[in-house]
Design a protein around this ligand. Sequence first.
Ligand code: ZN
Length: 170
Amino acid sequence: MLKPILIHPDPRLKKTSDAVADLSDELRTLASDMLETMYDAPGIGLAAPQIGVLTRLIVMDCVKEGDPEPMIMFNPEILASSEDTNVYEEGCLSIPEQFAEVTRPAEVRVGWIDETGTPREKDFDGLWATCVQHEIDHLNGKLFIDYLGPIKRQTITRKSAKLKRERARA
Ligand code: ZN
């Protein structure tokens, strides 16, 4: 089922999400709804707070061509980050039509619980590394614009607020 995506500014996007204690069918359904919502948007990542659920759950698929590789991560955590950095032009489904370059570690090791309840660990690089860091930031109430200078951040926030008002009227 498609879920409405919250648009910045929204206080729920600034909150720290709660860890998942027990996997349930409800949470698995939420994860599959999030994947459906992400693909529909379309986007390459979505975090639960973006649909107003303050739970440590993210979904991703950074494959641009070829077979999809949907990933579901409960309680994802960065275990290690490279010294090397990468710059990507980032966007966010909660900040439509706005993009900016963000510098992040080029490679990260991430630990998480998968949808079967199994602990997993994997190294990510390239777009996957940027995406997983961006999505985990959402669980800590952080947006990609928080990496920008105050003027750029305010400009993007103003545009996003305007778009949000226009959509609310539509
Ligand atoms: Zn985002």
